[in-house]
Design a protein around this ligand. Sequence first.
Ligand code: NDP
Ligand code: GDR
Length: 354
Amino acid sequence: MTGKTALVTGVTGQDGAYLAQLLLEKGYVVHGVKRRSSSFNTGRIEDIYQDPHVDGPRFHLHYGDMTDSTNLIRIIQETRPDEIYNLAAQSHVQVSFETPEYTANADGIGTLRMLEAIRILGMEKWTRFYQASTSELYGLVQEVPQRETTPFYPRSPYAAAKLYAYWIVVNYREAYGMHASNGILFNHESPLRGETFVTRKITRAVAAIKLGRQEKLYLGNLDAQRDWGHAREYVEGMWRMLQQDIADDYVLATGITTRVRTFVEWAFKETGIEIAWKGKGVDEKGYCVETGKCLVEVDPRYFRPTEVDLLIGDPTKAREKLGWTYQTTPQALAAEMVRADLEVMLEAPIAKDA
Ligand code: NDP
Ligand code: GDR
């Protein structure tokens, strides 16, 4: 047992689930903040849920919202965490174009609310703070590979909100001596990834196509390039940041970039389906497989008003200072996600979208 207590916002999300599991394995008492929802939203943390009626549970859930200051103050006051991992966010880039004000509120001002809560409670000298910053901050390419010193150029309301969060964390570190760190994480995926992010959308569709339950997959920009790693490995990097004597900002990435279309090929390959693209440009409809059956089609509704074309991170600082490196290649990640989706679908033959 470490005797330490951690508070994780966004505990019901992909990273929250992996991080909570990691912290429990390390002996922490873990408090998670979850939103009230009209439907079940704790599926990802089912395996680590502990019945509060049983003696000595180390995992606790609290209702909360990043848009509600008083609630955040109360939760921090009650839990007195040694470490706070601020993972909660409206995290979908395309959705942020439709809900820009809410995204700014939850992702930008929400981070300020957390920092102010720590300060109001007089905990700024001992509570350590992790902020889920993002490679989306780099946006329009200024330099490749992108590293901690690369200038930011956000390309979405999401990235602009996260830019505010990034800088307010730096400011509270400098102004109040807080141990507050930004993890500038490049895309990380897993079988727990939300279904509307491109990797999971692809692996679910490929599994469904393989099982004869879906005809076709509709996607947007097939030529975007992303640096995809495994979420389980990235949460270890978050934890390592908060174990450093001095707070700092770190890039976590693989250093490998892959086009969306290549991820699609890898995913089909895992099921034994070889695909050959018939179209070339993103405007051209009807990307088909060799059999002549069109399995993937571009639907412009998934194009973004402003796109981030190329992300490739340089994780040298994290390797040298945190001893962190990625383990899973993007191709292995695609294969793992397809296998997991096939398994889930085979277990739930009736519910197509289970
Ligand atoms: P998810 O979308 O899977 O999880 C987001 C979490 O935030 C969910 O638990 C969600 O709750 C919660 N949440 C959303 N809005 C609010 C709110 N207003 N109040 C309280 N909770 C809220 O994201 P990931 O796990 O993938 O990412 C974690 C964090 O890391 C996010 O901040 C994201 O922006 C950032 N990030 C992610 C990267 C990635 O590639 N995954 C890369 C870089 C940064 P609910 O389950 O109810 O929806
Ligand atoms: P991203 O992830 O925007 O990088 O943000 P996403 O998987 O949504 O998009 C990656 C790229 O794929 C292209 N794309 C599509 N995307 C989606 N969602 N759906 C499609 O049908 C589709 N077709 C093509 C996109 O245009 C884009 O270029 C993720 C989130 O987790 C953020 O919270 C996080 O900060 C960043 O990663 C790093």
